[in-house]
Design a protein around this ligand. Structure first.
Ligand code: HEM
Ligand SMILES: [Ca+2]
Length: 374
């Protein structure tokens, strides 16, 4: 197994905000103070800004165009891609290990329990095949993942952030690590913070990254215990606000227990996604699901998520737990009232996430099909 270059992104809290800006709905050409700035905030070994400038100059545009096209038809692709990058980068770094199918000698991460409901593999496949047509054998699946997630954030009304490229793909998948190391929605705050800390994220960064839970779907099985039998008490989780408890119960009826994995709650705390059709549950069209934009779909990405936590309206236990710590609670309050602070912090944390333990030449390789090694 090739040795991985650990990226130790320099991390300063005084950040030039011109690096990070909003995009609506397609990102503008990057507004950067200088190329040096981008490199500075993407300090990740041998990744390079615009790595494909000669080998495939249109690579980033192709990714963006496909994500946008698919997103128009199916607004649920954005959240799927955003979750995918988190699950890839947290397990042995951003090396596309999450995309490999099971095969001889490969225990697919896709088959680990925490990845059971991961979606978006088909979208990555479509992007990859368009890139293979334009520049055969050049663009890695690992780069596709981080770029597609970046574009998804922008399409959801979140910040656009620059990324360096040049990641290469793993030749293995790490099913056991995924099973044991992906954070659980039932974890308490200290377990969650420990998981982030082991990847170099402090409390502020953990709170900002969880702002990704502004968009997407949550299947009822992840909240069933909070609604009906919290920690074996036969009572709901006392930290859930009463009206919200009833709302969630109406979406995740206990009688569904036998088939609850097919019912989903669409959560979208006010992003452009919710206005464009997140009413139906993407992964189970026959189940209506729940649109969480009750305070208005026009609110900025992220803000409503933090507001909801302040009101005891976090959907997952792990979300609401952010209010259980003093420092994390302070960040929740800060992000609820300072959208631009959240956008900046989220963008920086996504850049850092996208650079975790990347493989660069001569390690790793470029897959031709993202779900297969050879
Ligand atoms: C403690 C950390 C985290 C835990 C325990 C967690 C857990 C979960 C769970 C249980 C779901 C619901 C999945 C389903 O019902 O199919 C979910 C959805 C999601 N998560 Fe997280 N998550 C965490 C952090 C993150 C981070 C850091 C990101 C991205 C930066 C992220 C992005 C998403 C997205 C976008 C969805 C919606 C996916 C979709 O619509 O298919 N999560 N998460
Ligand atoms: Ca990985």
């Amino acid at each position: 197994e090739p040795k991985k270059g650990i990226s130790t992104a320099r991390w300063s809290s005084s950040v030039d905000s011109s690096l990070v800006f909003s995009a609506s709905p397609l990102p503008q050409p990057m507004v950067l103070s200088s190329k040096k700035d981008v490199l500075e905030f993407n300090d990740s070994g041998s990744l390079e800004y615009n790595f494909y400038r000669n080998s495939c100059p249109q690579a980033e545009q192709i990714v963006r165009a496909v994500v946008q096209r698919l997103h128009e038809a199916r607004p649920d692709v954005g959240p799927a891609l955003l979750r995918l990058v988190f699950h890839d980068c947290f397990i042995e770094g951003c090396d596309a290990s999450v995309l490999l199918d099971a095969a001889e000698g490969i225990d697919s991460e896709k088959e680990s329990p925490p990845n059971e409901t991961l979606r978006g593999f088909d979208v990555i496949g479509i992007i990859k095949s368009e890139l293979e047509e334009a520049c055969p054998g050049v663009v890695s699946c690992a780069d596709i993942l981080v770029l597609a997630a970046r574009d998804s954030v922008a399409l959801a009304g979140g910040p656009f952030y620059p990324l360096c490229t040049g990641r290469r793909d793993s030749s293995n998948s790490f099913s056991d690590l995924a099973t044991n190391e992906l954070p659980s929605p039932f974890h308490d705050l200290s377990q969650t913070l420990a998981s982030f800390a082991s990847r170099g994220f402090d409390e502020r960064e953990a709170v900002s990254l969880l702002g990704a839970h502004s968009v997407g779907v949550i299947h009822c099985k992840f909240l069933q215990n909070r609604l009906y039998n919290f920690s074996g008490t036969d009572e709901p989780d006392p930290s859930v606000e009463t009206r919200f408890l009833n709302l969630m119960r109406s979406k995740c009826n206990n009688t569904h227990t036998s088939s609850f994995s097919s019912s989903a709650t669409v959560y979208s705390y006010g992003s452009s996604l919710s206005s464009s059709g997140a009413q139906q549950s993407p992964s189970s069209p026959e189940e209506p699901g729940m649109a969480m934009d009750y305070e208005g779909p026009r609110s900025p990405f992220g803000t409503l998520y933090y507001h909801s936590l302040l009101q005891g309206r976090g959907i997952l236990y792990v979300d609401q737990q952010l209010m259980a710590g003093e420092e994390t609670g302070n960040w929740v309050r800060a992000y609820a009232s300072h959208t631009s602070l959240f956008r900046r912090d989220f963008a920086l944390a996504m850049m850092k996430l996208s650079n975790l333990q990347v493989l660069t030449a001569p390690t790793g390789h470029i897959r031709l099909n993202c779900s297969k090694v050879g």
